[in-house]
Design a protein around this ligand. Structure first.
Ligand SMILES: Nc1ncnc2c1ncn2[C@@H]1O[C@H](COP(=O)(O)OP(=O)(O)OP(=O)(O)O)[C@@H](O)[C@H]1O
Length: 536
């Protein structure tokens, strides 16, 4: 992470090449005035001091100040330490009360704050950061409070969304007030709409003057799904919503392309920025969906490039995920300006709609027997089966393809078309059982998955939360079964903690297992096969 924090979000971004002359001038003429303020340690310090003096940097600082000034009434949850500027409910109340010119006005403010508090309590919404706008009670308030265009309300009704979910209720007003935001809410709780809705409300469609919003997703499947959802919500308006495909990133004529919103994986967008000069300097909204995944090593440089390219000083940056580790929050908070933090329910927890079960299968052979037996006894499709690698996905597919069930497989070795077909067939019910690697473990919204089977034990608690979160979505019940072997036993405690926190029964011996330092668990496993092993 240290490497990442050095690279990412190093605050104000200035093209050092472009300003090389200015930097050199400052380096050469280190004035006494300069020295008296601070003795620079090295050339890097000198260069930074020089950069501070540049107009671009000053403008950015001014903008940050402006954002901070933009205060409102709110209540704040005690105990979160990330935001130094957090104010307590009583202090906000106090300052509002002071400003109130009459006793009536004071009463009104108090009433509003109390109402927001009651709503937050009801929905399990925890916020920190100052001046957090009150949550929405209903989608109708989008019109009464924010002048939302009727087409969005119409589309929400068409999509069958009658009331906002808790994350939508709080995140939509926060983003509409142009505040940076960290949001952590359970899987399947409607985070996608929570960032798409304010984006569409704030962007004017089809103005032909460049990209206005960027959504980054860790996989192309999720990017495609999000683009689809965005188009459904924007129906009736001439928004140019583009999915960054391989072809577009390599051959797109970005100067001529009409695009209001671009949805992409970091790799494709970074490629388009670096190789094809894709201009993101007018972007107003930058969303990092599944943010903790995006901050994992491998993506960091690409994210950095996108963040730099979205260079407008007023850009609103938001992070969404069902799991947001502190390391990610800390890293991101170095660039977020006066951000609001929203947590729904308990942070980093599984959806309470999922019945979770651990099954001891002894060995790899035991797992294969257990899945055969489970399917022959009761198969309640659609079922999603997770394994730890593409090799193992292929092996399990070979074993199950001969049974009398409609089974398919998805992993990174397949072509884009094959991956799309696998998703479509599973969605349409042509496939009953989909064997998958973690390529579809995050964000994918397969309607009505009855059961998730972790054939291979997940590599971390976060991976577990996302995998099982493919079921139990949008208030529907789901089931998750996790096989474990002797080899997985030392890692059981992490998963068991998640299970216990969401109200599932866990054998007490698991909870007393020693805590492990090593976070990721990807053991070398015996291959999946019913053919007897010669060496045995
Ligand atoms: N207000 C609403 N009322 C009813 N259903 C909704 C509402 N908002 C979203 N949904 C539906 O809930 C499901 C889950 O939404 P979404 O995919 O946005 O969840 P998520 O929180 O992003 O999950 P994940 O963490 O897995 O990415 C989708 O099928 C979506 O259409």
């Amino acid at each position: 992470m240290e490497k990442a924090s050095g690279l990412l979000f190093s605050g104000v971004r200035v093209d050092r090449k472009r300003f090389a002359r200015e930097i050199a001038r400052f380096q050469a003429s280190m004035t006494t005035d300069f020295q008296s303020k601070k003795e620079p340690d090295d050339l890097e310090d000198l260069a930074d001091a020089a950069l501070e003096a540049l107009p671009e940097v000053k403008a950015n600082k001014k903008e940050k100040k402006r954002k901070r000034k933009d205060k409102d009434s709110s209540d704040a949850v005690e105990g979160f330490s990330v935001f130094k500027s957090s104010e307590s409910l009583s202090s906000i109340l106090e300052s509002n009360a002071l400003e109130a010119t009459s006793a009536e006005k004071k009463k009104e403010v108090e009433k509003e704050i109390e109402k927001a508090s009651i709503l937050r309590k009801k929905y399990g919404i925890h916020v920190s950061g100052h001046g957090v706008p009150p949550p929405l009670e209903s989608f109708v308030e989008l019109s009464s409070r924010y002048n939302c265009k009727p087409y969005i309300l119409h589309n929400l009704t068409e999509l069958g969304f009658r009331e906002p979910t808790p994350i939508q209720s709080q995140a939509i007003p926060v983003l509409l007030s142009k505040r940076d935001c960290f949001a952590c809410a359970p899987t399947g709780s409607g985070k996608t709409l929570a960032f798409l809705c304010p984006m569409l409300m704030k962007i004017k469609p089809g103005l032909k003057n460049g990209v206005k919003a960027v959504v980054l997703c860790p996989t192309r499947e999720l990017a495609a799904q999000t683009a689809g959802e965005c188009k459904r919500l924007a129906k009736g308006r001439k928004f140019y919503i583009k999915l960054m495909t391989k072809e577009l990133s390599r051959c797109g004529d970005f100067e001529k392309m009409l695009c209001d919103i671009i949805i992409s994986t970091p790799f494709r967008l970074d490629f388009a920025i670096r190789k094809r000069k894709f201009d993101l300097s007018r972007v107003k909204y930058l969303v990092l969906d599944e943010a903790d995944k995006l901050f994992e090593l491998g993506f960091v440089e690409q994210i950095d490039s996108v963040v730099k390219a979205c260079s407008k000083t007023t850009v609103v940056r938001t992070l969404f995920s069902a799991t947001l580790p502190e390391t990610v929050e800390k890293l991101a908070s170095t660039v977020m300006v006066d951000a609001v933090r929203i947590i729904i329910g308990r942070k980093n927890s599984a959806s309470e709609m999922i019945k979770q079960k651990l099954v001891f299968a002894g060995s790899e052979k035991g797992k294969l027997l257990a899945i055969h037996q489970s399917f022959s006894e009761s198969l309640n499709p659609p079922v999603l089966v997770f394994v730890q690698s593409k090799e193992r996905a292929k092996e399990l597919y070979k074993e199950l393809a001969f049974d009398d069930i409609k089974v398919d497989v998805i992993h990174a070795d397949l072509s884009q078309q094959q991956r799309e077909d696998a998703v479509d067939n599973f969605r349409s019910g042509k496939t009953w059982v989909l064997i998958a690697t973690d390529v579809v473990s995050r964000g994918m919204d397969f309607k009505g998955i009855n059961c998730v089977i972790n054939y291979d034990f997940p590599e971390s608690a976060a991976a577990y939360i996302h995998r099982i979160g493919r079921s139990g979505r949008a208030g529907r019940p789901g089931e998750a079964v996790t096989f474990f072997t002797e080899e997985d036993k030392p890692f059981l405690r992490n998963i068991a903690n998640v299970m216990a926190a969401s109200g599932c029964e866990v054998p007490s011996w698991i909870l007393t297992l020693p805590k492990l330092r090593k976070r990721k668990h990807r053991p070398q496993r015996d291959s999946i096969s019913t053919i007897p092993d010669d060496s045995a």
